[in-house]
Design a protein around this ligand. Sequence first.
Ligand code: FES
Length: 157
Amino acid sequence: MDSRELLSMGDVSKRSGYAASALRFYESEGLISATRTPGGRRQFERNVLRRLAFIRAASNIGLTLDEVREELDRLPAGRVPNRADWQRITRHWRGRLDDQIAALERLRDGLDSCIGCGCLSLQRCQMTNSGDWMATTDAAPGAANLPALLRRPHQFR
Ligand code: FES
């Protein structure tokens, strides 16, 4: 098998776990590309599977579609990205992943304490967020005591 081998939409959907509608959407968003058969059917190079795996991983740790596109745009167009290309993305991503890990640790270690959401339902809230003063901070709305990374609005996936 060769990374430039052409796969049908059905092959890519089956192997990547993405529905055909998602593949069409990602193509329309410029995140993946396909050629067409004489009959107009999409054909993808096998290396599209790595891009799709990257999109899924990035989305699962909270990258927005624009951030995913920004990362994938670092890959060379017109040739199969090699290890060095992916390393470039990894280096750029490392800081972001470290922030993510720190935020998740804060969430893991802080969820049994007051997160500053305004509920005032825990005894600790009376000390940490009495009268819900955090509602007036720049970190509101939402759980003002959680890292910004965990307070971002949800994105379409
Ligand atoms: S946990 Fe909600 S205000 Fe403290």
